[in-house]
Design a protein around this ligand. Structure first.
Ligand code: SAH
Length: 344
């Protein structure tokens, strides 16, 4: 049975067998890959090295997914947010973050998010649907039109481990040598702690980086902030993290969003240090909370508190970085991406 496949969901090595399956000449695969990932076509008609009738077949059998830029917001710090619309009227946000020698794209994997973390705008209205691999690739390609992407962080809207197959397919495609060829170590996945995802990712044998959103050092507090903790509490999560680092020999970075008066005490810092040390090769990124409109009671901690928190972790020999989220004035910072409906 032949079925229509979206071109941007097909891994480079799959093109030859798929063309053969469709009764098409496999040698066209290299020309197709050249058009897609060297000429960066957005419409098969632009692939002028291919015969016209073949282009018509490609249009029918292997359509190119459109991700139309519906809106652009720019921050004073150079961060840019694009609102991208898909054919069914759903939309996601992607953020482009320039830095010296780097141009990072923050990618969304779902329209909205089901995880419901209290401090995050992306989950405030639940999830509408997951993106397909070709939509995630189209999102990357939309970002790429803004400049050469050097790094991807899967830290936009959605929980990548709740859309595991499509997310991994997209990242493998973006990483593929005959595709966009972005190095795996330049691609970071971030999860709120969906435990089954860790063993699956370890078994892929890919060199992607992994971040884990922790945000609280004990179950009582973490379950209040992150409903996912009721399903997979801290002990289970840290065990999965430790297994992951042992199996892959790769580090895990714990993200800790610091919220004033909620998880910013000295006792929290000390408990966090103890927890993190249960995982070999773990690092911590502290991120001061970005304000979100649905939770005006959550505030950014002051500098003194952040320095105290950092100091406790360092004294406990936990490798820690204090990160400043970019793009706040464009609602493009961590946790500020939110669901937008087009036309209503
Ligand atoms: N679902 C994945 C991917 C989202 S990454 C995950 O949870 O890891 C987005 C990161 O920003 C996560 O670490 C998230 O917890 C953090 N974040 C969410 N809301 C935030 C806020 N208001 N301020 C700072 N960071 C926030």
């Amino acid at each position: 049975m032949r079925c229509m496949r979206k071109a941007w969901s097909i891994l480079p090595e799959e093109w030859k067998p798929i063309l053969a399956e469709h009764g098409l000449r496999p040698f066209r695969a290299d020309q197709i890959l050249h058009a897609l990932y060297r000429e960066w076509i957005t419409d098969w008609d632009q692939a002028t090295t291919l015969p016209k009738d073949f282009r018509e077949t490609l249009k029918k059998e292997f359509p190119l997914t459109s991700a139309e830029t519906l809106d652009v917001s720019s921050s004073a710090d150079g961060t840019k947010k694009l609102l991208l619309g898909f054919d069914d009227g759903e939309a996601v946000e992607t953020v482009l973050i320039p830095a010296t020698g780097r141009f990072t794209q923050c990618i969304s994997t779902q329209v909205g998010c089901a995880m419901g973390c209290a401090f995050c705008a992306s989950g405030a209205k639940g999830v509408v649907r997951s993106l397909t691999a070709d939509e995630i690739v189209a999102e990357y390609l939309a970002g790429r039109r803004e400049g050469e992407i050097t790094n991807i962080v899967v830290m936009g809207m959605g929980e990548p481990f709740m859309n595991y197959d499509e997310t991994l397919r997209a990242l493998k495609l973006i990483n593929a040598g005959k595709g966009p060829n972005l190095g795996a170590r330049h691609i970071t996945l971030s999860t709120c702690g969906v435990v089954p995802g860790f063993a699956r990712l370890a078994s892929e044998g890919m060199q992607f980086e992994l971040s884990v959103s922790l945000h609280a050092p004990n179950d009582e507090l973490r379950s209040q902030l992150m409903p996912v903790n009721r399903r997979w509490p801290i002990d289970e999560l840290l065990e999965a993290c430790a297994d992951y680092t042992r199996a892959t020999k790769r580090i895990i970075t714990f993200e800790y969003t610091v919220i004033k008066g909620v998880n910013d005490s000295r006792a929290c810092a000390e408990e966090l240090a103890r927890q993190v040390k249960r995982v070999p090769m773990a690092k911590v990124n502290l991120i001061p909370l970005s304000p979100v409109s649905h939770r005006p009671d959550f505030k950014t901690p002051d500098e003194q508190t952040l320095m105290m928190f950092l100091d406790v972790l360092m004294k406990n020999r936990v490798q820690t970085m204090l990160r400043r989220s970019r793009g706040k004035d464009a609602d493009a910072a961590c946790g500020q991406l939110r669901l937008r409906r087009i036309g209503g």
